[in-house]
Design a protein around this ligand. Sequence first.
Ligand code: PMP
Length: 411
Amino acid sequence: MNLEGILSDVGRNLRSSLIRELLKYASVPGSISFGGGVPDPNTFPRHELAEIAKEVIEKEYAYTLQYNTTEGDDQLATQIVKLLERTYGITGVGRENLLFTTGSQQALDLIARVLLDKDSICFVEFPVYLGAASAFRMTFTRFESVPLEEDGMDVNYLEKKLEELDKNGLIKKVKFIYTVPNFHNPAGVTMSLEKRKRLIEIAEKYDILILEDDPYGMLRFEGEHLPSLYKLAGPDRVVLLNTFSKILTPGLRIGIIIGRADIVRKATMAKQAADLCSPSLNQRIAARYLERYDLFEQLKPGIELYRKKKDVMIKALEENFADIKGAKWVNPQGGLFIWLTLPEGFDTMEMFEIAKEKKIYYIPGEAFTIDDGKSSSMRLSFCLPPEEKIVEGVKRLREVVEEYGKKKGLI
Ligand code: PMP
């Protein structure tokens, strides 16, 4: 049988994630990887979770080992309502405004399924979180990319684009504006309060939904927490996506859609078709964990660990890259990523061949574009390697840049 002959348009369009391909190299002995955006396992509260898991399997097996409702665990919902109030100052969230998903990746997929068509338009940031682009792409939607600046998306560019689409009679095709406002993956930047307000104004002017994806908001190292778009504009304008992946463990695969009841209801129906329900066991473990422990307190050592690693990487970048004219990087106030941009002419994908030889890995910026456009940037993740490896890794990276730059006559 010829596979091409039986593939759907979606099937034919599927591509292996560049990140997954590149990360295969990271297990080579002696290598240092700034590639994966996965949390440090030392931050997982494994003893607490193990105790809770044993307890809820033994005592609540009729629930935890059974199918769940598609909406998910009510006890976890109660905890989330409390957490939303404490973390974001968000009130008024009812059960009908919440859907638990299998990671927030599934939330992105479900939202795409219920909102996007082939001829729809969705706005994303440039660079874009790759997983969101992959989920949205399944619908064959048209993308509009809004460049990111140091204080978040270029809202003037966004407004201009929307104005154009409005003039051309296409504004109704625009389904949402997708944004990661805090410690962006991959760009590391945070949207300023001013821009948050501008974005909402623009979205209101053209009556467009905002899809706010916030996996990293609680991982702030310094500076003041900024109000979420959802808090500022409310559920009629914003759907908020959240996840336990970076604040507890990604292994539980628990994401959350917080939004208008009618949108949540549609996403619930789509989830029913996708996987019936997310695991009862995982949700109940998370519920008990939140009941028993103060998540804010529990997170403190992890945040401190990341902050230290980030500082080590920033210092190493200053020491190794300050003399390369045109090289720049973002010092993030939280999250897991630093975005390093090299002078014009560098192609970080092509340069990856030299990086492989020197056993230092990063994610080329090309992975975070919609059209696989060449990029002189790269995502560096500081969360996994120990501090001494960060220092050594940045030194190796400098050697890679120097070798490639000289070969190409760029430095
Ligand atoms: N959104 C963003 C911006 C992310 O960085 C990630 C994880 N890397 C996700 C969503 C998906 O996370 P998960 O499915 O583990 O909740």
